[in-house]
Design a binder for this molecule. Structure first.
Ligand code: HEC
Ligand code: HEC
Length: 340
């Protein structure tokens, strides 16, 4: 985490140099467009013009996502912390990387990550392409030498052919970052029972209790949609919800903006697949949905920077149970992975 903050300016430069070269010599994209299936209600996906989704790019990205050679043979791939069976999140509060230590934040779900205007819990990263380099270079995560990885993988099939098919060039950092980003963009979530109810007009898709929970969630009793609104059940903004008095020393959004008004603010997570993504919050400090609901019901811990929406709710025990039943209806009924 700390290391990545210092590395970023250099990386931005590196990537923008790569883009300049790209502009001079257009890459022939000789691969068919990837047919991404978007669920009813899902907004159109914005894909950067220099990295269209193609069959070759997303297949390449998927292979890379699960390849432990990205940690130089030390047994860690992206999928070690973003588990596909858990909506691409981790099941522990703090993930184990290549070393003995851990970082200080919980690995979030990558479901619908394509819709995030800013990445990371503090919004410190603007694009999926750039974000790839953070875990790769972080000494606590994959601690990799990307030049060595590039050299090793560029000589191997199917990486060699897929790089040419997708980007018309040999495998390297340019291809690695773009292909991983392409695969991540395809992880669209929107096939839960709640979606059938909300976007396909199937009023029977939710039980009476789940519908009551949705009413609490979206109405005046819970006011959850003030922050967890829209298709992704997140405004993708940053809020201080008073999780811990000092957030374990994590300044949150302030780490990036340096603005004291941003102290303790973290990105609103999606609530999709919440049944699969425990533990919760930026530090994984809450283990159950009961604990989370009690937190919101109490209005959160004292914090001078806390969001004004965080006031006690006085939910009844029945309303709390209904809310949890609703949250459990947000689990996708099919795998998020659309890549064969
Ligand atoms: C050692 C565990 C670990 C590994 C390995 C790992 N990640 Fe992560 N990932 C995390 C953690 C922890 C965060 C949250 C960091 C933060 O917000 O500061 C994160 C955040 C992200 C995010 C931002 C999500 C959001 O909601 O903003 C993306 C995208 C991501 N990782 C992709 C990847 C990719 C691609 C790889 C492989 C190149 C990878 N991760 C490898 C632990 C890991
Ligand atoms: C002021 C904005 C705001 C409101 C209102 C709000 N939330 Fe949140 N919620 C957040 C933020 C921000 C986080 C992440 C905090 C962190 O990472 O420490 C969060 C986290 C969560 C989580 C954990 C998600 C995860 O993956 O870690 C759940 C569950 C949740 N909220 C449910 C609710 C419910 C239910 C309500 C209504 C009772 C609600 N929220 C109201 C902003 C809000």
């Amino acid at each position: 985490m700390k290391g990545s903050a210092f590395l970023l300016p250099g990386l931005v430069l590196l990537l923008s140099m790569a883009c300049t070269r790209e502009a001079e010599a257009p890459v022939p994209l000789n691969s068919a467009p990837f047919q991404l299936s978007l669920p009813p209600g899902a907004p159109a996906l914005t894909v950067p013009p220099d990295n269209p989704l193609t069959e070759a790019s997303v297949h390449l990205g998927k292979l890379l996502f699960f390849d432990e050679r990205l940690s130089m043979g030390r047994g860690i791939s992206c999928a070690s912390c973003h588990l596909s069976g858990n909506a691409f999140s981790d099941t522990v509060a703090l993930s184990q990387g290549v070393g003995a230590g851990t970082g200080s934040r919980n690995a979030p779900s990558l479901a619908n990550v394509a819709y995030h205007p800013l990445l990371m819990r503090d919004g410190g990263n603007p694009t999926l392409e750039q974000q790839v380099l953070v875990p790769l270079l972080d000494s606590l995560e994959m601690d990799a030498d990307i030049n060595a990885i590039s050299t090793t993988l560029s000589g191997l099939e199917p990486y060699r052919s897929l790089s040419q098919a997708a980007y018309g060039r040999p495998f390297g950092i340019y291809v690695l970052t773009r292909a991983l980003a392409s695969y991540e963009r395809t992880l669209v979530s929107g096939h839960s029972r709640f979606d059938h109810f909300r976007y396909s007009g199937d009023t029977t898709a939710l039980s009476d209790q789940e519908r009551r929970g949705w009413a609490v969630f979206s109405g005046d009793r819970g006011r959850c949609t003030a922050c967890h609104g829209g298709f992704d059940l997140s405004d993708h903004q940053f809020h201080n919800i008073g999780t811990q008095p000092d957030h374990h020393g994590d300044p949150g959004r302030q780490r990036i903006t340096l603005d004291p008004a941003d102290r303790g603010k973290f990105k609103t997570p999606t609530l999709r697949n919440i049944a699969l993504t425990a533990p919760y919050m930026h530090d994984g400090s809450m283990t159950s949905l009961e604990q989370v609901i009690d937190h919101f019901n109490s209005g959160g811990n004292q914090d001078s920077n806390k969001d004004r929406l965080m006031a006690p709710l006085q939910l009844t025990p029945g309303e709390k149970r209904d809310l949890i039943a609703f949250l459990l209806s947000l689990t996708d009924e099919r795998t998020l992975d659309q890549v064969e």
